[in-house]
Design a protein around this ligand. Structure first.
Ligand code: ARG
Length: 268
């Protein structure tokens, strides 16, 4: 059973389907939210506490589109976090990763939940919550292919792909001399090229690399430590939302719900 991402996990899907209310509720909101791109920070209309989330699917198991539904760790996690606050999650909008910060700044969304690494460059434009997940970067290659790099230097002179605006892209651009860098809107597209042999390597977050390795014809050549931490992104003047989400993140961790969501999507 394989869809566009090739990461369909039947067990997870069935479990999600069992939680039908939440899934249907969100799907219903998605359209409304997508149509509603005209306003400022009060994306929800009358209810001031309604917030709209933005993400960039194609990053399994954090966010992906399965049969038209947006699912994944970040989806479940943000829903759980917001449920601990006085805010209400009105729906999800989907973007290319590269345009998420802009969409937050312009008020089309109120929170980014997209496995986004907290870093200084981004902090110049947006604020982050406390970290909720840690990751390093991996280099993916074709399974059993001729090219088996063991360090970043080995990528010199090779066609290397990453997602536009990602920290993986930053690594290829800043730390690999002479790579022929190719940017992709989605890692799903980059992995497709890797399988077809039209790309030599892809640099991306290790948990996502592992998911592709398990579901596609690609394997992790090596992983290198970056110690990245993911945070939820909010506007810099949205301090109330930021602290509410921080409390929510802590509550979800303490209640054991975080562990459950991790089990669900990583089987760890
Ligand atoms: N963690 C990396 C970054 O912040 C990659 C995130 C990509 N996320 C996504 N939903 N496509 O740049």
């Amino acid at each position: 059973m394989r869809d566009q991402t090739g990461t369909f996990d039947r067990r997870s899907y069935l479990k999600l389907a069992g939680a039908g209310v939440a899934v249907t509720g969100l799907a219903g909101c998605l359209e409304d939210a997508a149509d509603d791109d005209d306003d400022g920070s009060e994306s929800g209309g009358d209810d001031e506490t309604e917030i709209v989330a933005g993400t960039a699917p194609g990053f399994p198991p954090f966010e992906m589109n399965e049969g038209g539904d947006l699912v994944g760790f970040d989806i479940d996690h943000l829903e759980a976090v917001v449920a601990e606050t006085d805010y209400e999650l009105g729906g999800w909008n989907e973007y290319n990763f590269e345009t998420l910060i802009q969409s937050l700044e312009s008020g089309n969304i109120d929170v980014i939940a997209a496995a986004m690494t907290i870093n200084d460059e981004r902090k110049e434009r947006i604020a982050f919550t406390d970290p909720y997940y840690s990751a390093d970067q991996s280099v993916l290659v074709q399974t059993g292919g001729d090219f088996q790099p063991s360090e970043l230097e080995d990528l010199s002179g090779r066609q290397v792909g990453a997602q536009s605006g990602s920290t993986g892209e930053g690594i290829v651009e800043d730390e690999v001399d002479g790579a022929e860098y190719r940017s992709f809107d989605s890692y799903v597209l980059a992995v497709g090229e890797l399988e077809r042999g039209t790309l030599d390597a892809v640099v991306l977050d290790q948990p996502v690399a592992k998911t592709f390795e398990a579901n596609r014809d690609v394997e992790i050549a090596f992983t290198f430590e970056t110690g990245e931490e993911y945070g939820l992104g909010v506007r810099q003047d949205d301090g109330d939302l930021q602290s509410a989400l921080n409390d929510g993140i802590a509550a979800v961790q303490e209640s054991g719900e975080y562990e459950e969501i991790t089990q669900e999507w990583f089987g760890e």
